[in-house]
Design a protein. Structure first.
Ligand code: SF4
Length: 158
């Protein structure tokens, strides 16, 4: 009975973490869309280019980072990246410095590219950073501490 109760509690905790994982990813996607809107108001074609580049960069992160994650596939706490990573060959081992650098640069580029256009549109600038900041905060506080990817450099030290 005790085991059943504790395993039910673990299931609930996992479901809550997945809900936060999906919600935080949705907020980050919202930030990218707000960035695209800001670009699109000035240059619609550039907005499409930004969305395509962001999709390519997200794909790079999935190929470089998620394919080494033990949660790729059904167990991914953000759902979609893990499912997409499962379509690629699984990889093993710790992340190399180059892999970490590629992931950091890819994520920073997604955030940085729309800033030029956002800076001249204060409400969209504020919305972008509220969405992106809340998404990153939730991942850092609610997802990273219970994530099973022991090789992740963002994982809190045990
Ligand atoms: S939990 Fe693993 S598979 Fe899911 S997004 Fe994070 S690194 Fe990628």
């Amino acid at each position: 009975m005790g085991i059943t109760k504790s395993s039910a509690r673990a299931d609930t905790l996992c479901m809550n973490t997945v809900a936060v994982g999906v919600f935080s990813l949705t907020l980050l996607t919202g930030a990218v869309i707000v960035g695209a809107v800001a670009i699109g108001l000035a240059a619609p074609l550039y907005a499409l280019v930004y969305l395509a580049v962001a999709a390519l960069l997200v794909g790079t992160v999935i190929a470089v980072f998620c394919t080494k994650c033990p949660l790729r596939g059904e167990k991914c706490l953000h759902v979609l990246p893990g499912r997409l990573a499962a379509l690629l060959p699984a990889r093993q081992g710790k992340y190399t410095a180059v892999e970490i650098a590629v992931v950091v640069v890819a994520l920073l580029l997604i955030l940085a590219i729309p800033q030029y256009w956002l800076l001249s549109q204060v409400p969209l600038f504020a919305l972008f950073w509220v969405l992106a900041g809340t998404g990153v905060f939730l991942i850092n506080r609610r997802v990273c501490p219970v994530c099973g990817n022991r090789c992740c450099p963002l994982r809190p030290k045990e």
